[in-house]
Design a binder for this molecule. Structure first.
Ligand code: SAH
Length: 406
């Protein structure tokens, strides 16, 4: 038994009856579950967590400014949070990636998936021999130089840069931070391979960390339907779905994105893989909603396969309804633009929209479009983005491959 007097002075004390998620190893403690915070611990530092009776439960880090006041790192009282701890956690995460058959031959992948790899707040992507780090919380921000040098040592990579320019940093009271964390500064653009295809990743101007590795296995699945089809790749970013589709025998691809930089890089990516952008592809800079509406009205564009991979529409609980209307609208428009027998590959990366709910939205879109639709496949994020079973919030990307019944 743990001595209560010794523990409660420097510990986060939970309210009575609020200890179950902690015991079940959910890594987050919200302010509503907390009876009292330790006076002597500063934000960003380590804290002990005890239940209302003073029994030790877990250890993690504190940030009073965040709604998630504590993120938990260990449930083993003997496990100290020292350099050896971080090294063990990172090693475990790296070991998984070495054994993932799906990611073989792929030089762009997620190495550390934050809470889902038991390192809350830390995201790390590998692009060839360089690492891109995102520090999502105050405590990780404080440890980022140590973490980056450990990562270089464990992976043998040449350098680690930071792209901590995510909006969530504001919730932690942190400003954006970018730049080299350890090792050699990388070139602005890095070539990566995915299933034998070549993609350029822009480490400075690219979105997020530069490339969407979470769609890797889905690009492969969608490619399998692409032979002899005219493809629309909406929300294309740098055209990864398009390049996969062309290699699989698509007759033509149209990329739409609001980012001209992304479309320019998409052209580079087409060329690098032997596809002449003038012959095989078209890039449309614009708003997908407006472009699709226009095409439906003009009735002059039809496709055999449409990929819809929008950004996260639901950023918060308050924006879920609006997000659902957005998902329904693009899916309705896409279904109208598909020829009979056409394939829709549709995604949502909003964690707040469950797979069930997303399917209902696509159903609603089919009703409104007057199309009958058969679901062929249910898709999820690639396995380099694992989901800790204790942390259902880690599951965010879902998709459907569906067919418009002729
Ligand atoms: N499918 C891509 C990733 C898409 S990320 C891949 O496999 O790499 C989402 C993309 O949508 C971003 O490139 C962003 O620039 C674009 N975007 C966001 N809102 C948009 C809109 N309303 N119209 C067109 N593009 C949009």
């Amino acid at each position: 038994m743990t001595n209560r007097q010794n523990r409660t002075g420097d510990a986060v004390i939970l309210k009575s009856g609020r200890d179950k998620p902690v015991r079940q190893r959910h890594p987050w403690i919200f302010s509503g579950a907390i009876a009292s915070l330790p006076a002597g611990v500063e934000d960003g530092e380590m804290v002990e967590v005890v239940d209302a009776a003073g029994t030790w439960l877990a250890r993690g880090y504190l940030n009073r400014r965040s709604q998630i006041q504590v993120r938990l790192l260990t449930w083993d009282e003997k496990e100290a949070i020292d350099e050896a701890f971080w090294r063990r956690r990172l090693t475990t995460a790296l070991d998984l990636r070495r054994t993932l058959p799906e990611m073989e031959g792929c030089t762009a992948l997620r190495l550390v998936n934050a809470e889902n790899d038991y390192v809350p707040g830390l995201t790390v992507d590998r692009y060839d021999d360089y690492l891109v780090v995102q520090a999502g919380t105050l405590a990780i921000d404080r440890h980022k130089t140590l973490l980056a040098s450990l990562l270089l040592e464990l992976t043998g990579c040449r350098g680690a840069v930071e792209r901590s320019d995510m909006a969530v940093r504001k919730l932690e009271g942190l400003a954006s931070a970018t730049g080299v964390l350890a090792g050699a500064p990388p070139p602005e653009r890095i070539d990566v391979r995915e299933d034998g295809l070549l993609f350029q990743v822009d480490l400075v101007r690219g979105q997020k960390t530069g490339f969407y590795t979470d769609q890797h296995t889905n690009r492969r699945r969608v490619a399998a339907y692409s032979y002899d089809r005219r493809v629309l790749n909406a929300f294309s970013y740098t055209g990864a779905f398009a390049v996969h589709a062309l290699r699989a025998g698509a007759t033509h691809v149209t990329n739409i994105d609001s980012s001209v930089d992304a479309l320019t890089l998409a052209e580079t990516n087409l060329r690098r893989n032997g596809f002449d952008p003038d012959r095989h592809a078209e890039g449309v800079a614009g708003d997908v909603f407006a472009v699709l509406r226009d095409w439906v009205e003009q009735d002059d564009q039809r496709f055999d396969l449409i990929v819809l991979d929008p950004p996260k529409f639901a950023q918060s609980h308050a924006s879920v309804d609006r997000a659902l209307r957005g998902y329904k609208e693009i899916n309705r428009l896409a279904l109208r633009l598909l020829r009979p027998g056409g394939i829709l590959a549709t995604f949502s990366c909003s964690g707040l929209v469950s797979a069930d709910l997303f399917q209902k939205v696509v159903f609603g879109a089919a009703v409104d479009a007057g199309r009958s639709v058969q679901i062929l496949e249910w898709l999820r994020q690639s396995p380099d983005h694992p989901v800790a079973i204790t942390f259902p919030e880690g599951e965010y990307l879902k998709g459907l491959i569906a067919r418009v019944t002729p």
